[in-house]
Design a binder for this molecule. Structure first.
Ligand code: COA
Length: 212
């Protein structure tokens, strides 16, 4: 499938979404990879992961970049050579990238029952309690919170950040599709504007650091 969706967030920020319907071979033939990307691809254990990786390169091409424009720092955070900010996520059938002049983070998660089991590891007790009393939205809300924490982590990208103790989400309603979040870590408080959407059985969260 070609590009699944493009979300124009503002004049300098865009989200590109690829729904992976192609075979590995078709994706592989459609992209040009540098040597260390080829080595990374060969080292991946599952074909699903490989296709997610290749679909990210399809999205880069869609945005006018190639794999040669992308590099990673020692923490695994992706960067573009022209200094535009990039954030990447992939989950089963979809790959997404966000490009912006702001400090951005994006996360895509499949909504699953499993999240209930780990809720207390990453979300505040009061929030989990509130969600438990509204079972229709329990999984949806928890998946948003999880996505926010992953996306905030992708912005700050620092060892020692605890999802539960350092990243806080403002109460929100699923149908409002936005909220704010705070990262309070080592003497620095960073505030984030958060947006989210449900795409098929997946939850997409994107955010940017306010004042960035
Ligand atoms: C880095 C992390 C956020 C990736 O999230 P994920 O849900 O596993 O995977 P996603 O598909 O959403 O994102 C993967 C992409 O994130 C990007 N990424 C990896 N490390 C990153 C980092 N340190 N900073 C920013 N982006 C990073 C990469 O682009 C990667 O894809 P690619 O290597 O194919 O280009 C996650 O693995 C992580 O380490 N989280 C923090 C650990 C933690 O505290 N866990 C929860 C405790 S309750």
């Amino acid at each position: 499938m070609p590009l699944y969706q493009k979300i124009s967030v503002d004049s300098n920020s865009v989200i590109l979404i690829w729904k992976i319907a192609e075979s590995f071979n078709n994706l592989f033939r459609a992209v040009v990879l540098k040597d260390n990307s080829l080595a990374r691809l060969e080292g991946m254990k599952s074909e699903s992961h490989q296709k997610g990786f290749l679909a990210v390169r399809m999205l880069l091409q869609e945005a006018g970049y190639t794999d040669f424009d992308l590099y990673y720092d020692e923490f695994g955070k992706p960067h573009l050579k022209d200094n535009k900010n990039i954030s990447i996520s992939h989950s089963y059938d979809f790959s997404v990238v966000m490009l912006s002049d702001k400090n951005i983070g994006i996360d895509l998660e499949l909504r699953r029952d499993l999240i209930k089991k780990i809720a207390r590891k990453f979300a505040a007790e009061a929030f989990v309690y509130e969600c438990e009393n509204n079972s229709a939205e329990f999984i949806s809300k928890l998946t948003v919170v999880w996505g926010i924490k992953e996306a905030v982590f992708k912005v700050r990208n620092e060892v020692g950040i605890s999802f539960k103790d350092h990243i806080f989400t403002k109460p929100f309603e699923i149908n409002h599709s936005k909220t704010t979040a705070l990262l309070d870590f080592i003497d620095t408080k960073q505030e984030f504007m958060v947006h989210f959407a449900e795409i098929e059985n997946y939850t997409l969260v994107w955010l940017w650091e306010m004042n960035s």
